[in-house]
Ligand binder design. Sequence first.
Ligand SMILES: O=C(O)C(=O)C[C@H](O)C(=O)CO
Ligand SMILES: [Zn+2]
Length: 275
Amino acid sequence: MENRHTVSKEQVSRMTTDELRANFLVPGLFQPGKVTLVHSHEDRVVLGGVAPSTEPVALEAPDELRAEYFLQRREAGIIVIQGSGVVTADGTAYAMPKGACLYLGRGVRDVTFASDEGQDARFYLFSAPAHASYPSALVLPGEGDIRELGDQQHANRRTLNRYIHADGIQSCQIAMGHTVLHEGSMWNTMPAHTHDRRMEAYLYLDVPDDARVVHLLGDPEQTRHLIVANHEAIISPSWSIHSGVGTQAYSFVWAMAGENQDFDDMDHQPIDTLL
Ligand SMILES: O=C(O)C(=O)C[C@H](O)C(=O)CO
Ligand SMILES: [Zn+2]
């Protein structure tokens, strides 16, 4: 498992493009027939990608976790970002269309992923340490807590679907959901925000091959950017803004871990303070 260490905001303000990408961009999560995991020391989260065939692949505990099985001391949220497939957790099969979210609590031992026939499913996983066991739960697309945000004038009309959060699926640390930009809208959260109590990761999807998202990160007064392609993730420390503008509409899965699961607990960064 790849291991990403933390860096300070001062280091980030001086990084080259290659250094920024090596520290914050997570490409290559979806390898045919494999589970690919990246551990970040930002709140000790693990980002994972699974691209199975119809043959099930298992979620194993990497040596670095020193655990008998992956969810021995962890919880995970899983969202299907392409196709449809099945996650089986301790013998229960969860049928997951694109956009469905499955929460698996601490103590679930055997987890496998499989694609439906002809679907080329891709599963995105976000995991955090857990102090208690909450029940596993599946939410189907459109059945989370939906918020309509933005307007055409600001090119930021988007539908935000909250799945794992304080008033939704219960978890120890994870808050997770899916935001879909409407056609003709390109901006996600701007004015930007930080949340000193939680790290966050974005996984961009539905980005056409000839499109990119310009993702903004860093200290609000020392902003940096990364050019992001489809199915690539970005790790945001709690002090970093995380905002993006696409060359056309796209979607993204956002996932947070840390002190609380209160989605609205944000430190807003007014636009005239960004540098
Ligand atoms: O479209 C948005 O705005 C978002 O989806 C924002 C993220 O959910 C976020 O950053 C929550 O802290
Ligand atoms: Zn955020």
